[in-house]
Design a binder for this molecule. Structure first.
Ligand SMILES: Nc1ncnc2c1ncn2[C@@H]1O[C@H](COP(=O)(O)OP(=O)(O)OP(=O)(O)O)[C@@H](O)[C@H]1O
Ligand SMILES: [Mg+2]
Length: 270
């Protein structure tokens, strides 16, 4: 899967970072991170606490501006573009701490997700009410089907704040999937989740890959990485330390081997 000469993934990059930097009060959180995320695969972004993983995802999803460097979806530059523009290009993300709208029901949370709703256009509202009704009905059907897939159908009328931590993680993923992403960035989708649910969420992520979605997931649990991820990017102190299959990273580099030990320790604290 990796080109033996360059060590880069043979597949086209769905997403690319080139020398991204970001400092907070003069301290670099990301310091020249460069990597490709191969299309149609599940890629893990790993590294110890504070390595800059979430900051990179914030920058790639348009939640935060970078100081320098460039980011691309395919060949389209997305550097410092707003999140709604990046979402329209097919990139959606979830958050390390779930961001469900607690006062709304699970179904309502699903329905506020999609971009480009016809009802938001004043002209459509005046001239094409039938279109809006049809679109709303289709969105509701899709939302209910997704809730069924993600085991949340019976909770559709529950206020989101009443869900368990694991169910909130599921809702977070379902909301992102509602917008039909081609690239999905998941920030620790299994953190704080029980082993049975870890297994279930892993299965959902593999299923998304099988439907053609490119996934980049931040993950501390190396058993999960080993099981479902095709490719791994190791971030340390804001830089890309290594990329490859986890087995290659484990076997081939003493430095990385020592480093992976740290990641396992860090994962244990999550
Ligand atoms: N908004 C912010 N303001 C100031 N410093 C920040 C901000 N966001 C992140 N940082 C700092 O940047 C560094 C990288 O943080 P980041 O959250 O990206 O790390 P991470 O790799 O996601 O860590 P973790 O595994 O703990 O989630 C840390 O030192 C953090 O304190
Ligand atoms: Mg983080």
């Amino acid at each position: 899967m990796l080109d033996s000469t360059t060590g880069r993934p043979e597949r086209a990059a769905a997403l690319r970072c080139e020398g991204i930097t970001k400092a907070f009060q003069g301290v670099h959180a990301v310091n020249g991170a460069s990597f490709d995320v191969p299309e149609g695969q599940i890629t893990a972004l790993i590294g110890p606490n504070g390595a800059g993983k979430t900051t990179v995802v914030n920058i790639l999803s348009g939640a935060m501006r970078c100081d320098s460097g460039r980011a691309f979806i395919g060949t389209t530059e997305i550097t410092n573009r707003p999140s709604h523009t990046i979402a329209r290009l097919g990139l959606l993300r979830t958050f390390q701490l779930s961001r469900e709208l607690g006062g709304l029901t699970v179904l309502e949370n699903m329905l506020v997700a999609p971009a480009d709703q016809a009802g938001e256009s004043f002209v459509n509202l005046l001239l094409r009410p039938g279109l809006i009704e049809r679109q709303e009905r289709e969105h509701a059907e899709r939302a209910l089907a997704l809730l069924d897939t993600y085991g949340l159908y019976d909770h559709r009328d529950t206020r989101a704040r009443e869900l368990s931590g694991g169910q909130k993680k599921l809702l977070e993923i379902a909301r992102a999937v509602m917008a039909s992403p081609t690239i999905l960035l998941l920030d620790e989708p299994m953190a704080g989740v029980n082993p049975a649910l870890i297994e279930l969420i892993g299965g959902y992520i593999v299923d998304l890959k099988e439907h053609g979605v490119t996934v980049l997931m931040i993950e501390h649990n190396l058993n999960v990485v080993e099981k479902i991820c095709d490719y791994v990017i190791v971030l340390a102190e804001g830089r890309t330390l290594a990329t490859g299959r986890l087995s290659e990273l484990r076997e081939n580099t003493d430095v990385v081997k020592a480093y992976l030990g740290e990641v396992i320790d860090a994962g244990a604290s999550h």
